[in-house]
Design a protein around this ligand. Structure first.
Ligand SMILES: Cc1ncc(COP(=O)(O)O)c(C=O)c1O
Length: 469
């Protein structure tokens, strides 16, 4: 029996408790087991859930009883308003794409791949092995497990051409997910009050991390083939920025993929201006029609600070990423990371390392591309058929998302709310723009659960757009 069954039983029990008088005895476990056909452990889990919510209380040896309802007295937290004063930085609410999908709705808004796209078997086995190893009881080194650092370095080295000195494990720092890495990079390498250039549109989490670090975000327009290097050069000269955050490979949200020429030109620009390229290689494992080649593979002079995450390809529960940086920049990041989180759980690092070094990992990635292609093509056809008034500017060669332009005049957040009411979740594009949006967009993710529902999802989106949803 799963957590889901326990939650369902708890939901039923909650309804029952709502109508029961305080002190009423909850039916015995055996009665509940018979009623739901669930295991005793699942029923116990459901009852424990209600107990944590304060709805029932267990009296050992006697039974479980409905608790008396406590009168809700509104608390006055007003004193905190004066104590806290205005926030230095007012951070936005969590992204729309992090919302849970309501039961029965079609979720195209989230950014995380469905479990059928994850190496579940290999991960469960790896966690079992990690649980039996010393990792359970030991503290990992501040920079990360040496073997995992060596693996991240070898991955980048495998794309490094002859003549460029490849990174080593010594250049790698393991992170608890790349989100915290972005915060650390903006804080430690850019610094509060200083400018950082970012592609527009760009990942909302990077905009958030920059805001948290107090750095000033300066947008540079970026299309399906990346930014115009001349634009970048002008922006660096005008602002004096010494860092450019970008996703050269299958960008989130647009799926943009830089050509070899753009990669080389951008590297030339940052080199010429003594600047950093902060390369977020989040989609390294999600190639469909193109082979991902990071810009970092062509840099051995420390200009590219390279971020690679395993969160989406291994599991959202294994929050492991790494930054590859050389020279004093690496040292600054090491100290900043140490101050923020000391070290990353060795257990998670050991499990991640186990997964990515098994032959099953290579097989998994070989199958992942065709699976993503089938899902992408399904959603593209569904959108073209059912949402003819929207414009799909670009079919991405990799990544997890479609970036759909809505007709002018449609407000993306209001549109996303209307879609939600129609039982389909889309992510309003507004969040991916560091300044005013260049147009009304929504992001649709094709890696979520139940691709069989893509056509119905697109039909509902089309109906909302046509004003009949
Ligand atoms: C472009 C990009 N960078 C970084 C991240 C964050 O990665 P992590 O989950 O490792 O923190 C995401 C997650 O959505 C992303 O899309």
């Amino acid at each position: 029996m799963t957590e889901d069954s326990a939650s369902r039983i708890a939901a039923d029990l909650r309804d029952w408790v709502a109508t029961a008088a305080p002190g009423t005895r909850v039916p015995s476990s055996r009665a509940l087991v018979d009623r739901w056909g669930a295991s005793a452990a699942t029923v116990q889990r459901a009852i424990r859930l209600l107990a944590t919510e304060g709805l029932v209380e267990a009296r050992p040896g006697v039974g479980t009883f409905v608790r008396a309802v406590r009168t809700a007295r509104p608390q006055d937290y007003g004193w905190q308003t004066t104590a806290l004063r205005s926030p230095g930085v007012r951070l936005p609410e969590p992204s729309w794409s992090m919302r849970p999908t309501p039961e029965g709705a079609i979720g195209l808004h989230a950014g995380y791949p469905d479990r059928e796209l994850l190496p579940e078997r290999a991960l469960r086995a790896a966690l079992g092995r990690a649980a039996r190893s010393d990792a359970v009881l030991s503290r990992a080194p501040v920079a990360g497990l040496p073997e995992l650092r060596a693996w991240f370095a070898a991955e980048l080295a495998s794309a490094t051409p002859a003549g460029v000195s490849p990174p080593t494990g010594g250049d790698v720092l393991v992170l608890p997910g790349s989100q915290s890495g972005l915060s650390s990079i903006f804080r430690a390498l850019v610094g509060a009050g200083r400018p950082v250039l970012v592609e527009s549109p760009t990942y909302w989490g990077a905009i958030l991390a920059a805001a948290q670090a107090g750095v000033q975000v300066v947008p540079v327009a970026s299309g399906p083939a990346g930014p115009d290097p001349d634009d970048l050069r002008r922006a660096i000269t005008e602002t004096g920025a010494r860092a450019f955050y970008a996703q050269p490979v299958f960008a989130n949200p647009t799926g943009a993929h830089w050509s070899a020429e753009t990669r080389a030109d951008v590297l030339d620009v940052v080199r010429a201006h003594g600047a950093f390229l902060i390369e977020d290689d989040w989609a390294r494992d999600f190639g469909i029609d193109a082979e991902p080649v990071p810009v970092a593979a062509h840099d051995d002079a420390g200009h590219v600070v390279y971020v690679r995450s395993l969160t989406k390809s291994v599991s959202p529960a294994i929050r492991i990423a790494a930054v590859v940086a050389r020279g004093p920049a690496r040292e600054r990041l090491l100290r900043d990371g140490g101050a923020a989180s000391m070290y990353v759980s060795g257990l998670l690092q050991a499990a991640a390392l186990d997964v990515v070094t098994q032959p099953a990992w290579t097989r998994h990635l070989r199958h992942l591309g065709p699976q993503l292609r089938a899902r992408r093509d399904l959603l593209v056809s569904a959108v073209r058929e059912h949402v003819p008034d929207a414009h799909l500017e670009h079919v991405p060669a990799g990544g997890l998302n479609l970036w759909l332009r809505l007709p002018d005049g449609v407000e993306p957040r209001a549109f996303a709310r209307a879609c939600e009411a129609a039982g389909v979740l889309v992510a309003p594009g507004t969040e991916w723009f560091p300044a005013e949006p260049a147009g009304p967009y929504v992001r649709l993710n094709y890696s979520g659960p139940d691709p069989g529902a893509f056509a119905e999802g697109a039909r509902r989106i089309g109906a909302v757009l046509a004003g009949t949803g």
